[in-house]
Design a protein around this ligand. Structure first.
Ligand SMILES: [Zn+2]
Length: 123
């Protein structure tokens, strides 16, 4: 991905050099082509940055899933627990979205867990 970002940076610098030369000519067709090329390069640059962001998000998700599998979650009393922590992890968020949401400590009833993210409450 870094190669693609470097390549697009180089391509854009080259484009500007060529555009400066073409701007000095009177060939309107060539001027329009270079303008179109610049737009395409900027669209490509934006796409690459979008992919970079998506990769960052996915890498974070992979880290979190690895973390959870290393924690060896155990399901008990209607929620997940890791062996390293004493706070419950929301089964609704985890099962449906792989979100790691801890229990709110001011749960309203004893022996029930309430989760702030989705308002899920254990039976
Ligand atoms: Zn939840």
């Amino acid at each position: 991905m870094q190669d693609a970002i470097s390549a697009i940076g180089f391509l854009y610098q080259s484009y500007k050099t060529v555009k400066d030369i073409i701007d000095q000519t009177s060939n309107l067709e060539l001027k329009q082509k270079i303008v179109d090329m610049g737009i395409q390069i900027l669209d490509l640059k934006e796409s690459i940055h979008g992919y970079r962001n998506k990769i960052d998000i996915l890498e974070e998700e992979i880290k979190r899933i690895k973390y959870l599998s290393e924690k060896e979650l155990e399901f008990k009393n209607g929620a997940y627990f890791s062996k390293d922590e004493d706070s419950a992890i929301c089964p609704n968020c985890w099962d449906n979205n792989r979100q790691y949401t801890r229990m709110r400590y001011d749960s309203i009833e004893q022996d029930r867990f309430r989760f702030p993210n989705c308002r899920y409450m254990t039976d």
